[in-house]
Design a protein around this ligand. Sequence first.
Ligand SMILES: Cc1ncc(COP(=O)(O)O)c(C=O)c1O
Length: 453
Amino acid sequence: MTDSSFHEVIGQAKDHVWMSHAQFRDRDDPTTLGVAMRGEGCYVIDHEGRRYLDATGGSHCCLIGHGRREMAEAVYHQMLDLEFSGSGLVPFTNVPTAKLSKKLAELTPGDLSRVFYTLSGSEAIEAALKMVRQYHAQGGSPKKYKVLYRNYSHHGYTWGAMSVSGDPAIRSPIFEPAAPMGVVVPEGNPYRCLYCVETCNLGCARAIEATIEYEDPASIAAILVEPVPKGAVTAPREYWDMVRELCAKHDILLIADEVVTAFGRTGTWFGGDHWDLEPDLMVLGKTLGSGYQPIGAVVATNQVFERFLGGPERTLIQSHTLSSHPVVSRAALTNLEIIERENLVQRSADMAPYFRSQLETLRERSVVGEVRAIGMLAEVELVKGPGSKEPLGGKEAGRAMTRFMVDNGLYMRCSGEKLSIHPSLTITEEEIREMVDIFDRTLSFAEREILAI
Ligand SMILES: Cc1ncc(COP(=O)(O)O)c(C=O)c1O
């Protein structure tokens, strides 16, 4: 790309793209925004041919690496065959969607076997919220409308998903009151536990039980969980056993949000496999299409689906014009074929010890409070110094560290409080070393320039 076309694109973007998470008012400073031109394996390549190692795995989406010709060809051929088929109004389905649904029924645990499609994770959360409401209403319990969600959880920015998310980045006083259904309960977070004194006493799980009793079990429709949250926080197995028991006891549906963790991210097919979770509804998104096409889905058990059978008035009241899209389904199917053919779930489990051991070396930096990793999902909590659990810094510090990482060849961001690391499952040992080396230099930069240690 020539210099003048680079400046033209940056100008167009800065003047007209409403980007998320950023303002980009400084139109004349070309260093603040790059132009991504190509993807290749674990690298993103910019307009000057500069390569950035992608530590985010395409914002959690891309399990199979960037720039796969096979994906492009699958999508191309599908578009030539059939680029659209509706989602049910006219009674047609299409081949890729039918095949993908069978595949998902085979891969997902327990009795999960019926797939509803959307185009993003948030929309799939919205659909799941409506499913649980309608499920209980049609089972004679219309007063079951509340959804338990966990603090710090992230389920998306749409109104319903926001209303059942605990992540402070999503919740803002501007949007309160949110939809009146969400009730917050604790996640199990050993590093920042509010309940344990020295050893785990499962206080977090007992707090869920207490909340159910307080709110009235007859009003609780579902509990929405990320079996392994994005921050690689893992609750003890007993926490999950209690959640399961509470669901069974009070007729509460278990919704597992596997938008980030499905298809190998944590070294198993699904995050919930670590605790043998068999949810009533599983929400899929990012990893289902590896980011090559926009797709989300809710997979329901037969038992849930049967509640929607009978007269036409029992049909699920939810639809998207572009759901069950043949091109999108074809991309997801090809993505799953690649994951199976290249044994990427096993690769994730096999590479995990090396990934973790390399990240553990960062503990030598005074600003590292905790290193957590499960499979190829990791988080490094950044603090003000040894023994402190106070976050290293806020958005400003995050921006400075992001800039440093990008300038040093990493496709990565930092909030100021943590590094969330989740490269494609195809990453090599050499690439992991390159990535950790840049993290190390970034933390040294933070010690020097942000904390002035
Ligand atoms: C766990 C989880 N669920 C749901 C979502 C929402 O997905 P999307 O951004 O595709 O709407 C996200 C997005 O980051 C997520 O991390």
